[in-house]
Design a protein around this ligand. Structure first.
Ligand SMILES: NC(=O)c1ccc[n+]([C@@H]2O[C@H](COP(=O)([O-])OP(=O)(O)OC[C@H]3O[C@@H](n4cnc5c(N)ncnc54)[C@H](O)[C@@H]3O)[C@@H](O)[C@H]2O)c1
Ligand SMILES: *[C@@H]1O[C@H](CO)[C@@H](O)[C@H](O)[C@H]1NC(C)=O
Ligand SMILES: *[C@@H]1O[C@H](CO)[C@@H](O)[C@H](O)[C@H]1NC(C)=O
Ligand SMILES: *[C@@H]1O[C@H](CO)[C@@H](O)[C@H](O)[C@H]1NC(C)=O
Length: 413
């Protein structure tokens, strides 16, 4: 900028007495001013992200570089919404954000902001500079086992950070919040299936931190006319978006699950099955064979991430000022024992299984009653063919052997 200015001034001295030169100088200085103004951070009133636009919902997706958040951002963009992803990449993958940026490069569609939600000043600045219509709050640390080892990390990054987000929403008049909570807030209920009325008695720091965040949101809601949706997610298994009709090549470039190596230990069972099939880990560790269940192992309600994201979008559409909706998001099915069988058939690998003692903080059986969300939001799980979902996930795994770090060229067929 300043270099350009110097060049112009030197040139004009040589043509001091020239009238035309003076006009050119004036024009050049004007152009320079405009350029400088455009580059300065305060000149952002032209940014589509800083203005509300009729018919366009601008959604702040916290944790949008993460597994569920990146899929949610993709769906929102596909539905023509405007998306701002805030993530500090402590867990997520910048690769996922890059995929989204490649799919939606037009101005005003997607922006990524690198920030820590624990930094209230930074969060406040983001809200001051952007005109959000709604917040989908996914950012969190989300591993039950880790939460028992490092509880403060959980209370900090879940409960306290949710408070920071709420305060910023209140200060800047953002009225709609979709909160991604968890079935871990129910603890170990005596009765299955779990309904929204089941008492919430969480048994590990992860569940407790999420429950506290819910309580803060609900208390705040009582004296505001905010539109609140709390979704208690059951366990998503790895998968792709099914319903995009893009070419195979583009599909492959899309999103999958790629946890950091140090987190694989805490990860989801479907991911662990694939790691075992690929020889990344020697076999599968099934933690706990003495639960009061038919085969002694944990019972889980698995759900495809596509369905999960669909529930968030339906919740956003149906959110009403002054109202709060709380929904379980699950399939109501128990497919945990068929999971390993499917993965063995899919990969052709006879995955070795070690049976180990229980993992601290785990529940024996967890599955949802999904009738409320069907009745009120008209949502029901569509992708319940576990074998098919796993097949798509396995294809991504095979093509991304180093997660988002691998670039693969695939013939379009
Ligand atoms: N995965 C599950 O099985 C499951 C089940 C129920 C509920 N949930 C909830 O869904 C949400 C998303 O889970 P996920 O599986 O996608 O997790 P994830 O770890 O893949 O994504 C979380 C994202 O949040 C970001 N993040 C964390 N702390 C942050 C901070 N302080 N500032 C900015 N960004 C931060 C991480 O970098 C990451 O990208 C969580 O709120 C989780 O509690 C997940
Ligand atoms: C992001 O989060 C990590 C871990 O939570 C933290 O160590 C780091 O300081 C944060 N970075 C920024 C820029 O907020
Ligand atoms: C969470 O908060 C703690 C501070 O309590 C910090 O050290 C940690 O890096 C944060 N982020 C993650 C992802 O753990
Ligand atoms: C509910 O969703 C189905 C598709 O899942 C749709 O066909 C139907 O029209 C919806 N009903 C209402 C009342 O919106």
């Amino acid at each position: 900028m300043s270099l350009g200015g110097k060049v112009w001034i030197t040139w004009t001295r040589k043509t001091k007495s020239n009238y035309v030169g003076k006009i050119i100088l004036a024009a050049a200085l004007t152009a320079l001013c405009i350029l400088m103004l455009k580059q300065s951070p305060s000149f952002n009133s032209r940014s589509p992200f800083s203005n509300h636009e009729p018919g366009v919902t601008h959604v702040l997706v916290t944790g949008g570089a993460g597994y569920i958040g990146s899929h949610a951002a993709l769906r929102l963009l596909k539905d023509s919404h405007r998306v701002t992803v805030v993530d500090n990449l402590s867990r997520g993958n910048m690769g996922a954000v890059k995929v989204l940026q490649e799919l939606f490069p037009e101005p005003g569609r997607l922006q990524f902001i690198y920030a820590d939600l624990g930094n209230a000043k930074a969060v406040n600045k983001i809200f001051a500079e952007n005109a959000f219509d709604a917040v989908m709050h996914f950012a969190a640390v989300a591993y039950v086992g880790e939460s028992t080892l490092d509880p403060l990390k959980y209370y900090h990054n879940i409960t306290s950070n949710t408070l920071v987000v709420l305060e910023a929403m209140a200060a800047h008049g953002v009225k709609t919040l979709i909160y991604s909570s968890t079935c871990a807030t129910y603890g170990e209920p005596e009765k299955m299936p779990i309904t929204e009325e089941t008492p919430q008695l969480p048994i590990n720091p992860y569940g407790k931190a999420k429950k506290m965040a819910e309580d803060i949101i609900l208390d705040f809601h009582k004296n505001s006319n905010m539109a609140i949706m709390i979704l208690r997610l059951f366990h998503p298994h790895v998968s792709f978006f099914h319903y995009f009709s893009l070419s195979v090549k583009t599909q492959m470039a899309r999103l999958g699950e790629a946890p950091r190596p140090e987190l694989r230990e805490h990860g989801r069972i479907s991911g662990a099955c694939f790691d075992a099939a690929r020889g990344i880990i020697p076999g599968l560790k099934v933690r706990g064979v003495d639960y009061k269940t038919p085969d002694g192992t944990c019972i889980r309600d698995y759900i495809d991430v596509t369905d999960l994201v669909d529930a968030h979008v339906k919740a956003l559409e149906k959110a009403m000022p002054g109202k709060v909706g709380i929904y379980n998001v699950g399939t109501g099915r128990d497919q945990s024992r068929s999971l390993l069988r499917h993965v063995r058939r899919l990969t052709g690998v006879n995955i070795k299984v070690d049976f180990l003692p229980r993992r601290p903080g785990d529940y024996a059986e967890v599955f949802s009653d999904p009738s409320k969300i069907l009745l009120e939001l008209n949502w029901t799980a569509q992708y319940t063919d576990l074998q098919k979902s796993l097949g798509i996930a396995w294809r991504w795994q095979k093509l991304h052997r180093n997660g988002y770090g691998t670039s693969v060229t695939i013939a379009d067929s």
